[in-house]
Design a protein. Structure first.
Length: 610
């Protein structure tokens, strides 16, 4: 048994060493355009090791099965199987590393299945490189593959039938679920993903940490079923329809460098200062259907600014987070946050404000690696991330999803009230109002209502404490949920479950205002930037709802393979799985259907071209 375990350990370690050497080669090859230090190299290796280990376990699965069989049968066929397997693995690993290293200067992102599209047009693929370039890489592939192969087969192994066959077989059977857990990345809610290795504001270092084999394999699922083409109209007709929905933002000349008591645009002036500290609180699942359980939030609506007819864009946290901070729409089958190759170029209000001198923070009590959240936040300009691992072991156990809301609200309070010489932009995602609704109070009989009441009390305690500080006067707090909860998530039959609170409060708010125009959570970015006197041209799908150019108020919502659209005429929903309209509560169904199709076509085209 010992010689079999030694063989498995050596195979695992050799695979890990190959991945580490690949990272070093990646960094040195691309060092001309990306400066780094030895410390950076160490950080890349350390942060990337979890993804490397998960991929190495994939590779180890076949040798593990061979070891299990060899307990009962030690024929030469097993040796032959391993030789062929390791030859294929050696070539595949070296090919992935070489392709990643070579293509990165052209692509600027990690190896993915998109490179396969060039196999159908090899002439175009090779047009950018010389014959010598290709020959050098072919020679490297052969030499490095041989080295990798020899590392796997030497020293030679000799499998012998085990003496305690049953006990050893049971041992290997028990190892299989441990292998699966290791490949998955643990027993938590978050599975292994590319974003978990992101650690730096320098994207090159994040890319260097990503395992190219894992990146390639993971991209197959995305390319296979996430970005769906919706081709309904000739492009000119689609563009014409979209122009009526998303008017071009006001020109830069419309945004003064100083407010001087006037509006930052041609609408209302909502702020008392142009550069307040800004806190955006994404309240987990807190749709208006839970309004009765959140009395303090209702009070804030009467004191500050409220948009009474705001609607969520999606049904999941990963989608809603992107909608909020990037002003980017959600999709029926695609989660943009799970696509680092797309999120790296998305505009983000954090990077926009960072360029204006803001310090940027994000606070989340859960696993920030979930659904590639880390990579999205870092690429979007959030410099300082506080998440589950930054809390004590006891604090991490306060809720199933991570750290309880009253604890993370304290973190946000500390950030806002700490001395700072630059304005701050803080994004904050709550999590306690999520299944299984495990909160420390029991006031309401219904567990959902009780969880939202707890969230409301956390908000109340935080706000009342902050009111008593000097920082209150210069602080803007925006409250809205990441999404709501629909009684029937698959086929929403009416618009009510998508209805969300959208409230601005704090000492930087210029009195009470209530607006009744229809809008989406994606409209936060353009509306807020306009109030600050900043252009928002890059946020193509976000609308300044206080601008006179906002002439056609409507809301857009997507759910799992379906979408809905609503305006003053009513509400209309189409389900792609059902392949028919599932809600038609409008007096102008033909118009809403055409506009919905145009949005799908235009936004998907935008996503694919990023």
């Amino acid at each position: 048994m010992l010689h079999r375990l030694t063989f498995l350990l050596k195979t695992f370690l050799w695979t890990m060493l190959l991945f580490i050497m690949g990272k070093v080669g990646f960094m040195f090859y691309n060092s001309t355009n990306h400066a780094f230090s030895l410390g950076d190299m160490w950080d890349v290796v350390v942060h990337g090791i979890t993804l490397d280990a998960s991929t190495a376990r994939y590779i180890l699965s076949v040798p593990l099965l061979v070891c299990m069989v060899s307990v009962w049968w030690s024929g030469k066929v097993l040796t032959a199987v391993l030789r062929v397997y390791f030859a294929v693995i050696a070539i595949a690993l070296v090919l992935a590393v070489l392709a990643d290293v070579s293509l990165y200067p052209f692509w600027g992102f990690k190896l993915n299945a998109g490179c396969l599209q060039y196999l159908s047009t090899p002439t175009e693929a090779m047009a950018s490189v010389s014959t010598g370039y290709l020959l050098v890489r072919l020679l490297l592939l052969l030499v490095l593959a041989v080295i990798a192969y020899l590392g796997y087969i030497r020293p030679r192994w000799h499998f012998q039938s085990g003496r305690r066959r049953i006990a050893e077989t049971v041992f290997y059977v028990l190892m299989l679920p441990l292998m699966v857990i290791g490949i998955r990345g643990g027993l938590g809610e978050s599975t292994t993903n590319i974003g978990q290795v992101y650690f730096s504001q320098e994207q090159f270092l994040n890319h260097a940490a990503v395992n190219p084999v894992f990146s390639f394999m993971a991209s197959f699922e995305r390319s296979a079923n996430e970005i769906v083409d919706y081709d309904y109209f000739p492009q000119a007709e689609c563009d014409s329809l979209i122009a009526t929905l998303y008017p071009k933002p006001s020109s830069v000349s419309d945004f003064p460098s100083k407010m001087d008591g006037f509006s930052a645009h041609k609408g209302d002036t909502l702020l008392t200062t142009q550069r307040p500290d800004i806190l955006v609180i994404l309240m987990e699942s807190a749709g208006e259907i839970f309004a009765s359980s959140m009395p303090y939030l209702q009070q804030l609506k009467l004191e500050g600014i409220t948009f009474n007819r705001c609607y969520a864009n999606s049904w999941r946290t990963d989608r809603g987070t992107v909608c909020t901070y990037s002003g980017y729409p959600a999709f029926p089958t695609s989660s943009v946050m799970k696509m680092p190759s797309k999120t790296r170029d998305l505009p983000n209000i954090a990077s926009k404000l960072k360029a204006q001198g803001y310090q940027t923070h994000y606070v989340y009590g859960g696993d920030i690696n979930f659904t590639n959240m880390r990579s999205y936040l870092i690429a979007g300009g959030f410099e300082h991330l506080v998440w589950e691992k930054d809390y004590t072991s006891d604090e991490r156990k306060t809720a199933k999803w991570g750290v309880r809301d009253d604890i993370t609200f304290q973190t946000v309070y500390d950030l806002l009230t700490a001395p700072h010489d630059k304005p701050q932009f803080i994004g904050y995602s709550t999590l306690s109002s999520h299944e299984p609704w495990d909160v420390p109070i029991h006031v309401k009989a219904d567990e959902k209502e009780n969880a939202f009441y707890y969230l409301d009390q956390c908000i109340a305690q935080f706000m009342e404490r902050l009111r008593k500080t000097p920082q209150w006067k210069n602080t803007l707090i925006v409250l809205l949920p990441d999404h709501s909860i629909s009684p029937n998530r698959k086929m929403p039959a009416d618009v009510l479950p998508n209805h969300i609170p959208f409230v601005w409060t704090g000492g930087a708010v210029n009195g009470h205002h209530a607006y009744d125009m229809i809008c989406n959570q994606t409209d936060l970015v353009a509306t807020l930037l306009a109030q600050m006197g900043l252009p928002h041209d890059e946020f193509r799908w976000s609308r300044d709802v206080l601008s006179p150019d906002y002439e056609y108020p409507f809301e857009w919502y997507t759910y799992d393979n379906g979408y809905s659209i609503a305006d003053s005429t009513g509400f209309w929903t189409y389900d792609f799985d059902a392949r028919h309209v599932v809600a038609n509560q409008t007096t102008d169904a033909t118009r809403l259907e055409r506009l919905g199709k145009a949005i799908l076509q235009a936004t998907t085209k935008d996503l694919k071209e990023r």
